[in-house]
Design a protein around this ligand. Structure first.
Ligand SMILES: NC(=O)c1ccc[n+]([C@@H]2O[C@H](COP(=O)([O-])OP(=O)(O)OC[C@H]3O[C@@H](n4cnc5c(N)ncnc54)[C@H](OP(=O)(O)O)[C@@H]3O)[C@@H](O)[C@H]2O)c1
Length: 282
């Protein structure tokens, strides 16, 4: 690993926290990366016209990013920093064969990611957290065979315990609607303080609406996805009216570039009067 830069830094806010990245990772990333903990940060890729999901198509992120190796590297580095990676069941179902680890995203630098995790005191791979309401999880999915934490309604837990791999642990919630604040507090109580969301839009919209998402890493891919007449494609916060109830404000923290792709890092916050008093700043 020489001093090759995969991403070129165009802007970075002064004074951001920095983890001790191995020199090779730092030069590939075009500068430092770190978080003030506890933190919840999301990583998404969008087309130029704001599309993040295409119903019925697997591995949408790779399609939208045009299989960008810089995007895969950035995804891997963000995973390498995380104590836990949270996804919704929709993302799991549309990502057959996926594992939410750094080395899966960018195998060439597996040993550098592992060194970073060791120096941060992280275990070998982030804890995968899968949120479901329906319990519609395929027990043969490889990500469900390596000790995930499945977050499910109490009413579904018995069936899931019988079907899923023995290494699975469970968190159950009453009714059918997970309270994301409760989940993040549970993760915090397990010392999972640096949490990456790789969930899809339905979860991301809720996290933003609840003002739980601290940072957004958004890869803007040089793709125009369009929208067929029967719809279904869309942005990363469907189902929540953030303009009507106080738009989330984003403060730019960093901008990187790799070829025609832009890698944007924003801090997110909703106006104070719109936040619930029960909000945990996780
Ligand atoms: N462009 C990108 O960067 C990117 C990133 C991630 C995902 N995606 C794409 O997004 C698509 C999936 O979208 P999605 O919005 O369905 O993904 P998602 O948010 O990861 O999953 C949604 C599912 O999570 C569960 N869930 C979410 N909030 C819940 C709550 N409050 N209470 C109970 N359960 C809850 C439900 O599971 P059940 O279905 O079990 O009820 C829900 O259907 C996939 O095509 C994926 O590839 C794109």
């Amino acid at each position: 690993m020489g001093g090759r830069s995969l991403l070129e830094m165009l802007f970075q806010q002064e004074g951001l926290p920095e983890y001790p990245l191995p020199p090779g990772l730092r030069s590939m990333y075009g500068g430092g990366l770190g978080f003030q903990e506890p933190v919840l940060y999301a990583n998404l890729v969008a087309s130029l016209d704001g599309v993040v999901t295409v119903p019925g198509r697997a591995h949408v992120g790779s399609t939208l990013s045009a299989h960008s190796s810089a995007d895969r590297f950035s995804m891997a580095l963000l995973r390498a920093c995380a104590d836990a990676v949270v996804i919704g069941a929709g993302t799991l179902r549309d990502s057959p064969g996926s594992l939410w680890t750094a080395e899966r995203a960018y195998p060439k630098l597996a040993s550098e990611f592992s060194s970073l995790r060791q120096s941060l005191g992280r275990v070998a791979v982030p804890q995968l957290v899968v949120v479901t309401r329906s319990g519609d999880l395929d027990p043969s999915h490889p990500a469900l065979r390596s000790g995930p934490l499945v977050v499910a309604p109490e009413a579904r837990a018995g069936d899931l315990r019988g079907r899923l791999h023995g290494a699975t642990s469970f968190l159950t919630y009453p009714g059918s609607q997970l309270d994301w604040r409760w989940l993040l507090a549970e993760l915090k109580s397990r010392r999972l303080l640096t949490v990456l969301s790789e969930a899809g839009p339905r979860s991301t919209g809720q996290l933003i609406e609840l003002d739980l998402l601290d940072e957004l890493f958004l890869t803007l891919a040089p793709t125009v996805a369009g929208e067929p007449a029967d719809g279904g494609r869309g942005g990363f916060a469907p189902g929540v009216d953030l303009l009507g109830s106080g738009a989330a404000r984003a403060r730019m923290l960093a901008v990187r570039r790799a070829g025609d792709h832009l890698f944007l890092r924003y801090q997110l916050q909703r106006p104070a009067q719109q936040r619930s008093p029960a909000n945990l700043t996780m």
